[in-house]
Structures are given as C-alpha cells and as structure tokens.
Design a protein around this ligand. Structure first.
Ligand code: ZN
Length: 98
C-alpha cells in the first residue's frame, strides 16, 4: 500500500502536491489529504499526524497496541521457558544423585 503519491504541480508555485493517506488510525479510513511538499515536511518534522478534515487521531494507534501484545507474548514465552529450565534442572539434579 502506498501512503503518499506525488502529483504533477497543480499549484503553479513549483511545489507540486502530495496526496497522503489520512493517519487517523481508523482502519476503514481511506481519506487522502492534499499537501504541498513544504506542508508535508513541516508536519513530519513536528511529528504531527496528517489528518483529513474532521478526522482525529485515535488515542491508541493500532500499531502500538500490536507491539504491546507482542511484548506480552514474549513475556509469556519467557516464563514458560523458565519453568521448563527449572524442570530440566531438577531432572539433572536427580540424575546426579543416582
Ligand atoms: Zn482518517
């Protein structure tokens, strides 16, 4: 999926125009925002989302939610690995006693 499309200059200001996909975080949103390169760069530099008129950034972007779920999965794997290691350790201790 392309997030930005460069278009030939229509402004007559020699800047050209960019169509940038709205970054409100709504998976159903397919609004394109028309920006000049200068506007686009200013928003990027400010770390501001590019939003279609009337759209608001969702408080929890889906990408961050997925990252947290991945971290929780990793935590579960680690505790499972820890239990398995302790079991192996006990078995090693038993075999040494024999
Ligand atoms: Zn949107």
């Amino acid at each position: 999926m392309r997030l930005a499309v460069n278009r030939p200059d229509r402004t007559g200001r020699g800047e050209g125009a960019w169509d940038v996909l709205c970054q409100c975080g709504d998976p159903a949103c397919e609004q394109w925002v028309e920006l000049t390169l200068a506007e686009y760069e200013a928003l990027q530099a400010a770390g501001a989302p590019i939003l279609a008129p009337g759209h608001r950034r969702e408080r929890r972007p889906p990408v961050r939610g997925r990252a947290r779920r991945l971290a929780e999965d990793a935590g579960a794997l680690w505790s499972r690995a820890g239990r398995r290691l302790r079991r192996v350790g006990r078995r090693l201790g038993e075999s040494r006693r024999r």
